[in-house]
Design a binder for this molecule. Structure first.
Ligand code: ASP
Ligand code: MG
Length: 417
């Protein structure tokens, strides 16, 4: 049994939906569990609906929603699916009745009730389309399977309950059909409220299913050849990497590479399930294979994070930065839920580099100013290079001013102005 995950770009046109049918068909007689993201930019569009609804702009929310609804109906009709398709209409209604209400609960709750629709619609369309081209499949509402807590927008999966549901409801379905289609990124609480697992969470959902179903492999189908050593949009000469280890991918994700959702690796690694990253436009290519095997001779792996803030914390009146101050600062990070990307301790000052989340930075600066004199510099770049060499470092830093440099044998990190 294999697990496939198709991202939003893989189904953002009629041709692409037809293309994934072709890919799936080429695995005839194999059991495949398929997770599909919301179409194209649907999730972003649904976020706009939530914003309008929560701001009390009911008409705007409904208008934005109607637009999305029409886009999905157009896709369905271009694929020659019956437009009286009951499933799509039921799904629209679920959100529509909510939009007619007034918000009385917290933002994140409404976010999840509305945003979860993107994957429900896309999977319903693909499932119906597969049926019309004789790829027999079962469509599953994943909210009946994936149980989470009620930490809306960043819900945590209840593995025990979810495992039980998979065994009871998914495993028997494979006796009926070889193909099961469902949603990533979403789940539900024990009160049947929809939840989401964090943006781009479908890779992670796929890994959870791969783990529970003991899949032989997971494949993430993307619009790139595989994993590259740098973001090809920023570095046109980025190199393709054919094999990687779980460890390397976790490190890349930790430092901010956006190739694969950071939570994806652990469920796979725990059961030694290889992860393939392949191109849906060129399925004849092998793509990148990620597994437990250590990999040597990797090219420099480059991760760039823009919009960084450096906070310098100087001890008041020139006294040493004692341990209790450092530990109080760490407590603040935990309290405010912000993690420094780099930190460095000196005799009378501490320095940390953070993502520019202005609400959190302000809070942190305010609280930290009870302990330190605080200085902030914004608009910086954090450059991380794993397996670096001098040539790459020089090329990437150029004439820019280096605010801070930290390195070990394996990795160098530079904050650049
Ligand atoms: N549709 C969701 C998002 O765009 C989840 C995903 O695609 O992984 O964030
Ligand atoms: Mg996506």
């Amino acid at each position: 049994m294999k697990v496939f995950k198709f991202g939003g770009a893989s189904i953002n046109s009629i041709e692409r939906i037809q293309n994934i049918a072709k890919i799936v068909r080429s695995y005839s007689n194999e059991k495949i569990f398929i997770i599909i993201s919301a179409m194209g930019k649907t999730t972003n569009a649904l976020e706009k609906v939530v914003e309008a609804f929560f701001a009390g702009k009911k008409d705007e929310a409904l208008a934005l929603f109607t637009q999305l609804k029409e886009e999905h109906l157009t896709v369905a009709s271009n694929l020659q699916l019956p437009t009286s398709n009951l499933q799509l209409n039921d799904l629209f209604t679920e959100v529509e009745w909510l939009l007619h209400d007034k918000p009385v609960r917290e933002y994140d709750y409404y976010y999840d009730q509305i945003v979860c629709l993107g994957e429900l619609l896309s999977t319903a369309i693909v499932s119906d389309y597969f049926n019309t081209v004789d790829i027999n499949n079962s469509w599953v509402d994943v909210r009946d399977i994936v149980r989470t807590d009620d930490n809306f927008r960043d819900a945590t999966i209840d593995w025990a309950f979810t495992t039980q549901q998979v065994e009871r409801n998914i495993v028997p379905l494979f006796e009926k059909n070889n193909i099961i289609i469902t949603q990533g990124f979403i789940g539900a609480t024990d009160e049947n409220e929809s939840t989401t697992l964090g943006r781009e969470g479908s890779d992670y959902s796929a890994a959870v299913f791969a783990n529970i179903l003991n899949a032989e492999s997971q494949t993430i189908w993307k619009d790139v050849e595989g994993v590259m050593n740098a973001d090809p949009k920023k570095f046109p000469d980025a190199q393709f990497i054919d094999v990687l280890s779980y460890r390397e991918v976790i490190e890349m994700a930790f430092y901010g590479a956006t190739v694969i959702h950071p939570k994806t690796i652990k469920p796979l690694q725990n059961k030694d399930i290889p992860l393939h990253v392949r191109c849906f436009l060129k399925p004849e290519l092998k793509g990148t294979i990620i597994s437990n095997d250590p990999v040597h001779n990797l090219p420099p792996i480059i991760v760039v994070k823009e919009d960084q803030v450096v906070m310098q914390l100087n001890s008041k009146d020139f006294s040493f930065v004692e341990d209790h101050l450092v530990s109080q600062l760490h407590d603040l990070f935990v309290e405010i839920k912000i993690r420094p990307n780099i930190s460095q301790n000196g005799a009378i000052s501490l320095l940390c580099c953070l993502d520019n989340r202005s609400d959190k930075i302000e809070k942190l600066a305010l609280k930290a100013s009870e302990l330190f004199d605080v200085q902030i510099e914004k608009g910086l770049t954090l450059l991380t290079i794993r397996h670096y060499n001098n040539e790459t470092v020089n090329k990437l830093t150029g004439n820019r001013k280096i605010v801070l440099e930290q390195k070990t044998e394996e990795i160098i990190q530079l904050i650049l102005k």
